[in-house]
Design a protein around this ligand. Structure first.
Ligand SMILES: [Zn+2]
Ligand SMILES: [Zn+2]
Ligand SMILES: [Zn+2]
Length: 90
């Protein structure tokens, strides 16, 4: 599973201990799934969540890559190319 993404070399952060969306926590909101920014380690909520903080982080920073940090999921999504860019190797 890999698309035409040229940003994978920018990935610096592949793992995190965070288990919550920081921006939702501040507001007292809830989220559905969590995404990790592979550029800076920001954890935000997915597009199925009311606040879509992961997308918002991309729009604000231009950091293109996120991975799912849901249990058992290791896929990488590129916002800029709108493709599954690959998977995180364990
Ligand atoms: Zn890309
Ligand atoms: Zn959030
Ligand atoms: Zn980031």
């Amino acid at each position: 599973m890999s698309g035409n993404c040229t940003h994978l070399y920018q990935a610096r952060v592949l793992q995190t201990d965070k288990t919550y969306c920081e921006d939702c926590m501040k507001r007292g909101d809830s989220w559905v799934h969590l995404r990790l920014c592979l550029t800076c380690g920001y954890v935000g909520c997915c597009d199925s969540s009311p606040n879509r903080h992961a997308s918002g982080h991309y729009l604000a920073t231009g950091h293109p890559l996120v991975r799912s940090i849901e249990p058992g999921e290791n896929w990488i999504w590129c916002y800029r190319d709108e493709v599954m860019a690959g998977v995180v190797q364990a």
